[in-house]
Design a protein around this ligand. Structure first.
Ligand code: NAD
Length: 493
């Protein structure tokens, strides 16, 4: 078994307390590596290194163009190591190699994009209304950033958070999920190899309530960028408020995939399946509510069932597997509990609904792709995030009802609309309260498209040009041109 070390101040090191914990391969059900458990002392050391690197180290002294080149080298190194990193992700989170390889091959784009932005962070020179003044504005890095990530796409979240943070001039301390820490620790070496100065990127691993807590409450952390559940996000937000720390949150969802009678049914069925069964439903933008227009419900459901039944469940490393294991034992229990909840609420089970077993599935925890019909939007199965392969089917009559049901949840992360009517597509995209609306497609992301949630799905946006401002603070500089003191120093200028 491989034993990992923390990454602090440009070097790998054992945790001060000497404690480690196992990380488990969800497919085999076996521990495959040991992860260091960082305590307060390690967190203090990492934050101190970040602060030093940011304010006293070479990063701030380097010109912006040179910093951008280092960031682009990080992208190149990820590209060269994509296969190796993807396999580590799969060993830790059990998602399909095909998906993780795609993510890792795409990951460098964030470093290229934000690396290209480093020397384009410009201030302004307002035509100031006071003739005796010259004034200008700059954008300053917000301070040391704590980046906390979820287990479903660890390195993609590193790119989303750390590329804009470093581009803005901030140093980061990352706390990956305790279930999937290995890839982030491997990635750390690439930042050093690329020439990122020591202390600009640090990794402390451990559990949320201790390592995570120590990091988010650290007085020298100025900004927290978090991906995870809304319950944890809300708690972190509350704690951050005490110190007025800046916070961005990427949280959960209960996204509607809305199929109108005029949709291309083949495309819509594929989109609905990819929305809920890809990644075994363990994706924040899972289209976990299918809203289908009543007139086509039965025909659409037949098509959907045929496609969902064709899914091959198995080893995530195999190219022909469609659905892999559930990532953690707690998540597995949660999914099965929600299936029971749905049954008790009177939803009708038309597919799956139980653990999947069979040849090659003995080591992991698998859940069959599951579909419930006769769901009403007030049911818990329609309101709460399952984070598993469980689809709730809800009927609607017309566009107005689709909007009403679509928006009638506490979340607002994503929504899918399937229609051939361009007017309806635009009306729906305006009316749906979601950070991303997909029309005749689903589950796409790009380094240049803002990503994030409305309502309880989050705060702030990642990706896209504006994401850099999540890590910057404007500064106003006033310079007097006067040659004499003001006549009355007791009044505002
Ligand atoms: P989680 O909230 O349990 O954990 C997220 C991170 O926070 C982990 O690193 C964890 O160790 C840490 N943490 C937990 N408790 C903490 C505490 N008290 N203080 C500080 N840190 C703490 O979430 P998860 O189970 O890892 O991920 C699943 C959730 O993430 C789902 O709700 C999903 O929708 C959401 N998610 C959102 C996005 C998005 O971009 N919007 C993407 C992926 C996942």
């Amino acid at each position: 078994m491989r034993t990992y070390q923390l990454f602090i101040d440009g070097a790998y090191a054992d945790p001060a307390g000497g404690e480690f914990f196992d990380t488990v391969d969800p497919y085999r059900g076996e521990a495959w590596a040991r992860i260091p458990k960082a305590g307060r002392e390690d967190v203090d050391r990492a934050v101190a290194a970040a602060k030093r690197a940011m304010y006293e180290g070479p990063w701030a002294a380097m010109n912006a163009t040179a910093r951008g080149k280092v960031m682009r080298r990080i992208g190149d190194l990820v590209a060269q190591n994509a296969g190796r990193l993807a396999e580590i992700e799969v060993r830790d989170n059990g998602k399909l190699l095909a998906e993780m390889l795609g993510q890792l091959r795409y990951h460098p784009e964030w470093w290229y994009y934000f690396g290209g932005l480093v020397d384009k962070i410009e201030g302004g020179v307002p035509p100031i209304d006071k003739p005796e003044m010259f004034a200008f504005t700059t954008h300053e890095p917000v301070g040391v950033v704590a980046a906390l990530t979820a287990w479903n796409s660890p390195l993609l979240f590193i790119a989303w958070k750390c590329a804009p943070a470093l581009a803005a001039g901030c140093a980061v301390v990352v706390k990956p999920s305790e279930f999937t820490s290995a890839s982030t620790l491997e990635f750390a070496a690439l930042t050093k190899e690329a020439g990122l100065p020591d202390g600009m990127f640090n990794v402390v691993t451990g559990f949320g309530p201790d390592t995570g807590q120590a990091l988010v409450t650290h007085p020298d952390v100025a900004k927290i960028t978090f991906t995870g559940s809304d319950a944890t996000g809300a708690r972190i937000y509350e704690q951050a408020a005490k110190d007025l720390k800046r916070v961005s949150l990427e949280l959960g969802g209960k996204s509607p995939n809305i199929v109108f009678a005029d949709a291309d049914m083949k495309m819509a069925a594929a989109g609905v399946v990819s929305g809920i069964f890809a990644a075994t439903g363990q994706t924040c933008i899972a289209g976990s509510r299918l809203l289908v227009q009543r007139s086509v419900k039965d025909a659409f459901l037949d098509r959907l069932l045929t496609l969902a039944k064709s899914a091959k469940i198995g080893d995530p490393m195999q190219a022909d597997t469609n659905i892999g294991p559930v990532a953690t034992p707690a998540q597995y229990r949660k999914i099965l509990d929600y299936i029971d909840v749905a049954k008790a609420e009177g939803a009708r089970l038309v597919l799956g609904g139980k653990p999947a077993s069979g040849p090659g599935l003995a080591g992991g925890r698998f859940v069959e792709p599951t579909i419930f019909t006769d769901v009403t939007n007030g049911m818990r199965i329609a309101q709460e995030e399952v984070f598993g392969p469980v689809l709730s089917v809800i009927e609607f009559e017309d566009e107005a009802e689709a909007v009403r049901i679509g928006n009638d949840v506490i979340y607002g992360l994503a929504a899918g609309v399937w229609t051939k009517d361009i007017g309806r597509a635009i009306r729906m995209s305006k009316a749906l309260r979601a950070g991303s609306v997909y029309v005749n497609t689903y589950r796409a992301v790009s380094f240049m498209m803002p990503f994030g949630g409305m309502k309880r799905s989050g705060l702030g946006r990642e990706s896209g040009i504006d994401a850099i401002h999540e890590f910057l603070e404007p500064k106003s500089v006033w310079i007097s041109l006067a040659e004499d003191a003001p006549e009355n120093p007791f009044i505002m200028r």
